[in-house]
Design a protein around this ligand. Structure first.
Ligand code: RIB
Ligand code: CA
Length: 299
């Protein structure tokens, strides 16, 4: 499968990238970076850090510096001041990202069957849809890590009690993407905060010995695991759901995004009338199958 990864790396974005790089089933057409966990230029540097560490090359595009309307809210308090767990990964001189991520997204989707895996605020994707609405019918599917829908007891907001970070940072972009009519698969906190799926110190020790990718995951998660004892791999679960459809269970629901009262809150309905649009929304996870796939991609 051909994919564009749109991300704000971010520790769990980095794990999603490591998985995609290690999967025989995924051809990464490019990585487009968006401001989120860290500002876009730090995110670009982090993609170079990850790919250089693994000895891999991908086309990296610099995307949106800020949300469509709102002020940017970063999350270094979770991802570290560098966005990669203060892991101090080396960065070579002379790195340059390609400009115009939005143009790359539009031209790629108009050119061939491509999926997007979006693991940050949806600013880049929304801009691409606004510039060229036809991409919503041509894109294979858009896998989104975002939202919190009340489908499980784990569905508690991670910015406010009801809002998930990616939808909170750019709720207008999320609304535009949902309203576009594209085929959308959403992996929200309902699934990614399931305790059975979190990275623990034990799991990180287990992964540490599986190739350079496992070593890298250990390095970037070491600090938050010392501080908190666990780390949610939100974006890696979204990536895994694209590679193996048996990992996350989905149901088709109608959803809306609040851009007025509670910034970024997301609602589900069984009927279309009050919604922005429909999507496949994740409601359960096979965590053992997820970690088995993660280990496979590291070998
Ligand atoms: O709410 C979790 C999401 O916000 C993940 O994508 C994480 O990387 C942060 O961006
Ligand atoms: Ca992210």
């Amino acid at each position: 499968m051909k994919v564009i990864l749109d991300m704000d790396p971010g520790i769990d974005d980095a794990v999603a990238l490591i998985m995609a790089l290690g999967s025989r089933d995924v051809e990464i057409l490019g990585v487009t970076v968006v401001s989120g966990n860290v500002p876009v230029d730090q995110g670009v540097r982090n993609v170079f850090r990850i790919t250089d560490y693994l000895g891999r090359k991908v086309d990296i595009y610099r995307g949106s510096e800020k949300p469509l309307i709102r002020d940017l809210v970063t999350s270094e308090h979770i991802h570290g001041s560098d966005g990669l767990g203060d892991s101090d990964l080396s960065l070579r001189d002379g790195i340059t990202a390609r400009e115009n991520a939005i143009k790359f997204i539009v031209e790629s989707i108009l050119g061939e069957r491509v999926s997007i895996v979006a693991t940050g605020p949806l600013t880049n994707i929304a801009k691409a849809i606004l510039i060229e609405p036809n991409i919503s019918s041509k894109v294979e599917e858009i896998v989104v890590m975002g939202g919190c829908f009340g489908l499980t007891r784990y569905a508690k907001g991670n910015v406010t009690p009801y809002s998930e970070y990616n939808f909170y940072v750019d709720p207008e972009a999320a609304k535009i993407v949902i309203r576009s009519g594209a085929r959308i698969r959403i992996v929200g906190l309902d699934v990614t905060q399931n305790p059975s799926s979190v990275l623990t110190r034990e799991r990180a020790e287990d992964l540490r010995n599986i190739g350079k990718g496992g070593e890298l995951i250990y390095r970037i998660t070491r600090k938050p695991l010392i501080e908190r004892g666990y780390f949610e791999l939100h974006d890696a679960i979204a990536m895994a759901s694209k590679i193996d459809h048996g990992i996350v269970a989905f149901k088709e629901l109608y959803i809306s995004i609040d851009t007025c009262y509670e910034r970024g809150r997301s609602y589900v309905y069984t009927e279309p009338s009050n919604s922005d649009g429909k999507a496949l929304v994740g409601y359960d996870i096979d965590s053992e199958r997820f970690y088995s796939l993660l280990r496979e991609t590291l070998k």
